[in-house]
Design a protein around this ligand. Structure first.
Ligand SMILES: O=P(O)(O)OC[C@H]1O[C@H](OP(=O)(O)OP(=O)(O)O)[C@H](O)[C@@H]1O
Ligand SMILES: O=c1cc[nH]c(=O)[nH]1
Ligand SMILES: [Mg+2]
Length: 217
């Protein structure tokens, strides 16, 4: 590990949970099939959703139980915006939507040019009233951070102010890039990996998340 840790990067949360770590190790294995990879990502996404929503603002609503009237805790404000960074973000989105079915959903289409490692945008469709929603942007991989920084630029252009970036694996380089470009955005990840290789892949990583999820090359 490098010197970057959850302690030295306070805007970074590494979800430290045995089930997450075990499932993630299974996902990293080369021999894990596409079907199992997708299923594991769905399972992990729900554990991460539990963590990433921990500090959502709450209010109370007067309700009638069979016994009495009561001020019951409920989520405050407008419905969450979940934004998937295509393609691979959809692997995290599906499981989280099961837990938060009322969330509004946006998509940012980006792919990383394999030579320049710069993001190329091909799509953007976001919910209305982004300025009034907590926005959770999801993409399994935070490598150079170029894609996530560009995606957050688009979210902010649409008015989003309260943004969390949720990923599965983060490289220290990507965490640093996000901190520099968007210091107000909290990054939540299942693992802070060691580094990037010469092609910009996360080490030890799990390879190309989109390809592993969809069986492409
Ligand atoms: O931090 P970065 O260096 O920008 O790399 C991370 C990006 O690369 C992957 O997407 P990819 O370009 O492979 O597109 P895909 O989801 O369509 O496979 C990943 O899902 C991120 O979006
Ligand atoms: O390791 C990496 C880096 C970027 N994108 C991926 O899918 N994997
Ligand atoms: Mg890919």
């Amino acid at each position: 590990m490098t010197e970057h840790t959850a302690e030295t990067v306070p805007h970074l949360t590494v979800v430290d949970h045995p089930l997450v770590a075990h499932k993630l190790s299974m996902m990293r294995r080369t021999e894990t099939s596409t079907a199992v990879f997708r299923q594991l990502l769905r399972e992990i996404s729900q554990l991460l959703a539990y963590e990433v929503t921990r500090d959502l603002p709450m209010t109370t609503e007067r309700i009638q139980t069979p016994i009495c009237e009561w001020d019951a805790p409920v989520l405050e404000g407008r419905k969450l915006a979940l934004v998937s960074i295509l393609r691979a973000g959809n692997g995290l989105l599906d499981g989280i939507l099961e837990l938060i079915p009322g969330a509004r959903v946006g998509f940012v289409g980006l792919y990383r040019d394999p030579v320049t490692l710069k993001p190329v945008q091909y799509y953007c469709k976001l919910p209305s009233e982004m300025g009034e929603r907590v926005t959770i942007a999801v993409d399994p991989m935070l490598a150079t951070g170029n894609s996530s920084a560009a995606a957050v630029d688009l979210l902010k252009e649409a008015g989003a102010k309260n943004i969390i970036f949720l990923c599965l694996l983060a490289a220290p380089e990507g965490v640093a890039r996000m901190k520099e470009a968007h210091p107000d955005v909290r990054v939540v990840t299942a693992s802070l990996d060691e580094r990037l290789d010469e092609k910009g892949y996360i080490v030890p990583g799990l390879g190309d998340a989109g390809d592993r999820m969809f069986g492409t090359k």
